[in-house]
Design a protein around this ligand. Structure first.
Ligand SMILES: *Cc1c(COP(=O)(O)O)cnc(C)c1O
Length: 258
């Protein structure tokens, strides 16, 4: 590589490292301000959303210890996963069509994904996970807390008939190779985060009354994945256990189709 290109690469790596460490500090501070009685016992996980960004950017953050990355498109995730270190935890955060479930399920080191809004997709993930995989695949059910047409996810209701409750029960009782780890939302304002907190509390209660099966983190809590670049500190103060931050780490993205 010519020297100028090398310089550009190392400048970019330094910029990414600075961004990641700034976001980590902000996560720590926001988490520090939450009363212990309402928070998770561990600091929220930072998922760096790397969609549209080159694998070399991920290498820059990886060198700083960042291991969790989020991708929205199956092909892009699979492509990067094959080029990059195997201890990366990949989080698929897009909308999964059931015809891509097989391709995604067979990706080594897939760490978690938002559960498909349908039982059929959950079942095909369960079916296509490689035999060699011993730990269950973590799934999050996406909830459309702001009830906006352009956002995917299930309606925020547990009153029967509730798709959310049915899907949670389906994953827990009929998909032994999946683990329902939590709920995810995009949302628009703080009230949407509050709504997800309420859904989580009610769903935990219903799952406890049920027959068991695998769900929740090590403390037996469903984890909330909420908060992006613009609102992750507010989300943490409301009880988020996982934030998905893209542009504040990697810079602005081109729009789809550009
Ligand atoms: C792109 C994306 C993010 C990251 O958004 P930023 O505003 O860039 O932080 C988080 N969650 C989902 C589901 C996304 O699609």
């Amino acid at each position: 590589m010519p020297t100028s290109a090398l310089n550009r690469t190392s400048e970019r790596a330094a910029e990414l490292r600075a961004n990641v460490s700034e976001i980590r500090d902000r996560i720590k501070r926001a988490y520090g301000s939450v009363p212990r009685s309402t928070s998770y016992s561990r600091e929220p996980t930072l998922v760096a959303v790397s969609k549209y960004k080159p694998a070399s950017d991920i290498v820059g953050c990886y060198q700083d210890g960042q291991r969790d990355y989020g991708e929205n498109y199956v092909h892009e995730l699979v492509d990067k996963a094959t080029q990059l270190p195997q201890d990366i935890r990949w989080h698929f955060i897009g909308t999964l069509q059931s015809n891509k479930a097989k391709m995604l399920a067979s990706t080594f080191q897939l760490h978690r994904l938002p559960c498909p809004d349908r039982s059929k997709t959950a079942s095909s993930l369960n079916k296509y996970l490689p035999e060699t995989r011993t730990d269950p695949l973590n799934v999050f059910i996406q909830v459309n807390t702001s009830s906006e047409d352009n956002k995917s996810g299930l309606a925020p209701s547990l009153f029967p008939p509730s798709e959310l409750l049915d899907l949670a029960n389906h994953v827990v009782t009929a998909c032994p190779r999946l683990k329902l780890l939590g709920l995810m939302t995009i949302g628009r304002e703080n009230i949407d985060f509050e709504r997800l907190v309420r859904m989580r509390d009610e769903l935990e209660e219903k799952l406890r009354e049920g027959e068991g099966g695998k769900w929740g983190d090590r403390d037996g809590r469903l984890v909330l994945s909420m908060g992006m670049s613009a609102d992750f500190e507010a989300a943490i103060r409301m009880g988020s256990g996982m934030v998905r931050v893209g542009s504040s780490v990697f810079g602005e993205r081109r729009k789809k189709g550009e």
